[in-house]
Write a protein that binds this ligand. Structure first.
Ligand code: MN
Length: 179
């Protein structure tokens, strides 16, 4: 397999989990696949407890610019409300490593297995489609699984700026009023 080591390792692709205070608070999980961010809205956010299957609604792909988006989406726009970068880093495609199934194929099949290297989220995670746009986000049972950690409540701040949603709303909201 000379020359394919980078491909086999998945050439680390990026992911982001944003905390988004829209009409209802949720988390947006986005994985870089083929030049876009394949995205799910997760109402309760990720759990590090493998027994907690979290509903994840597949939503429209986003541009890769969204990886660092931390701002207030203005009133009247889709998704209006404050957004912070709750976690980000790189991921590896575990199915590609196991049997060569690529991300596009895995999306069609409705089963992704990725290894996240974030600041808050690490280890193996599965995304399983149950029907149509409804998927489940599940922590795989590995050394990074932890039923007691509950990072959505104990680690609420932005990994980019250390801000809370209130601080993003105050600081970015003020800027847009001035503009
Ligand atoms: Mn959202």
């Amino acid at each position: 397999m000379t020359g394919s080591s980078e491909g086999a390792r998945g050439a680390d692709r990026r992911f982001v989990v944003q905390k988004h205070d829209a009409s209802t608070l949720h988390y947006d999980v986005r994985l870089e696949v083929g030049g876009v961010l394949v995205s799910w809205a997760v109402p309760k956010g990720p759990s590090t407890d493998p027994r907690q299957k979290r509903l994840a609604i597949r939503v429209d792909d986003h541009e890769v610019d969204a990886l660092t988006f931390e701002d207030v989406v203005p009133e009247g726009a889709y998704g209006a409300g404050a957004v912070l970068v709750w976690d980000t880093g790189c991921y590896r495609d575990l199915r590609a490593e196991k049997d060569g199934t690529g991300m596009e194929e895995a999306l069609d099949e409705g089963l992704l297995e990725v290894w996240l290297e974030g600041e808050k989220l690490r280890g193996g995670w599965a995304l399983k489609r149950t029907d149509d746009e409804r998927w489940l986000l599940i922590k795989m049972d590995d050394e990074a699984a932890d039923a007691r950690r509950n990072p959505t409540s104990t680690e609420p701040l932005s990994v980019l700026t250390g801000r809370s949603l209130d601080e993003v709303r105050e600081e970015e909201g003020r800027e847009s009023e001035d503009a």
